[in-house]
Write a protein that binds this ligand. Sequence first.
Ligand code: C5P
Length: 268
Amino acid sequence: MNLVWPFPSSRQREAKSRLIFALDVASLAEVREYVSLLVNEVGLFKVGKQLFLHAGPRVIHQIRDRGGQVFLDLKFHDIPRTVAKAGVEAARLGVAMFDVHASGSLEMMHRTLTEVHKTCRVENLRRPKILAVTVLTSLSKEDLKRTGVHAGVENQVIRLAKLAQEAGMDGVVASPLEVTRIRRVCGRNFLVVVPGVRLQGETWDDQKRVLTPEEAMRNGADYLVVGKPIRDAADPRAAARQICAEMERGLAAFLGRAVPLFRSGVAR
Ligand code: C5P
């Protein structure tokens, strides 16, 4: 059995495998509908707290049975043992990615990685990629200050991204505006998964810090998480294809730049 999830290599240009559709819906009927419609257009389906609490683990099975891969976005944050055990169960469900809060500590992240790795080896499972959430994009500098963090949002994001890397996490979830700096600090092999993407001219809804798919990929994002622009489109399949075409252009620009950038040692 192949024990590695079929993630795109850094040189693979196919944007489709790097597009994550946020399944922010509240019924299994909608899940079936969107997965059937988009399984050949996107790389992964993101399942968040609402859908998981509504439908339970069977939503993961439904997506996988239809050929989709899952990013389980439950943002675990608890004592190390509890998060590690939750991570093990996520791996047993067969998700391709899940996430934890980097602020849960180096030990929490490291223990989760170790236990998930061990379980996957013993039980012959594919090990999910484990991502760390740095600072939620809903938090402002003032919000951080009230929790005793005076470093400012971006500095705190970078500090937590470095901590996540030290703990062995596969990457982080970050706002599009932080991609460039994370990429520079954490290097090419650290995944950066980016929500908050909008097509040119689209309304921004509740998103405040947004970039277009092309810009986000050009800045070095590995994966984009997109919900509303696909979900609410008159033709979700066409919307996903348009986003992929934009991603393709951005990725080509990034890869064109990335080789000299990394050779010169700038991107560490
Ligand atoms: O806004 P949109 O529907 O494209 O968001 C896609 C997903 O990304 C949602 O599940 C949302 O919770 C998540 N998101 C996020 N951080 C943001 C914006 C959205 O994690 N800043």
